[in-house]
Design a protein around this ligand. Sequence first.
Ligand code: UT7
Length: 327
Amino acid sequence: MHQAVGIIGSGYYVPERIVSNIDLENMLDTTDEWIWSRTGIRERRIAANNQVTSDLAVAAGQKALLDSGIEAGEIDLVIVATMTPDMPFPATACIIQKKLGLSKAVAFDLSAACSGFIYGVSVAQQYLQNGTYRTALVIGAEEMSRILDWKDRNTCVLFGDGAGAVVLQAGAKEREIISVHLGTDGSGCDLLKMTAGGSLLPASHETIDQRLHFLQMNGKEIYKYAAKAMAESTIIALNKIGLSPRDIDILIPHQANIRILEGLAERLKYPLSNVYVNISKYGNTSAASIPIALVEAEEAGMLKRDDIVLLTGFGAGFTWGTCVIKW
Ligand code: UT7
């Protein structure tokens, strides 16, 4: 039994505090000109000290529930894609289940970095398609600000905080997920990581002194891989359903670097004007970036009935993936 699975509601939340490139100029040896020209970022949102990842996720989840018109008690499954959970365990999804009163939902976190939202949608789709569950809440939520080394100009200027969520339901034929493709290449696992705090390097004075509880990234190597992987994944996901890039009405990619998005559009021979870009406002919000962009595009009236909407992302692991939706 393979049922249609569609998006019946969506929402996003970003923290109020805006930190601009000019603000960063006052903290670091960097310039607005460097950040803007190399990445397309002008500003990012940073969570308040008393706001944790689950708070951002709950705000996005509440909006998605409201938009879907269903009750909290109807959610069967909660998947939270994050690499910045409230704490290593319990899962942030369990904390969100409690905060949102999703009394009957099974809840777990999913770790696939910036591709996490696509991975989460694909997992939920399986459960809904095969009839195990009827309604799922998938959230991408991150507080990247908490794992950034604010003394490292190579990384801290790139990321931001936020959350985005969708409610998926079996039997929903509008905004139907019509194709998904996922990819993983563990040979890239050393290029973007946070080394300490796990079984490899439990927290110690040394790990703190060596700043190993912060994100570390080899941006150049990732840059080379990202556009290629997203383009290939896009083609595979489209081919599965007999489509090609020219059939995409709007392409909503993970927002890591405007130059990566330009490279993606070029590889697909797809007009950059149809690629949704909001990186200037938020930076890279990892698992939250695709759902935030999706909801923004919808709220801006850019998604029309029957449009082919393509989501694609790439991140640590390496992980990547694509999801095609018939709006
Ligand atoms: O979400 C998925 C994971 N992440 C990504 O997809 C990120 C992928 N990578 C990138 O977006 C780019 O590689 C970066 C934006 C990270 C870097 O851009 P780049 O054009 O590859 O710059 P670079 O690393 O080659 O650095 C060029 C120079 C270096 O100086 P030297 O060694 O040439 O003197 C850096 O030290 O720019 C310097 N630099 C900065 N200067 C001012 C690096 N960060 C900064 C900064 N401000 N914030």
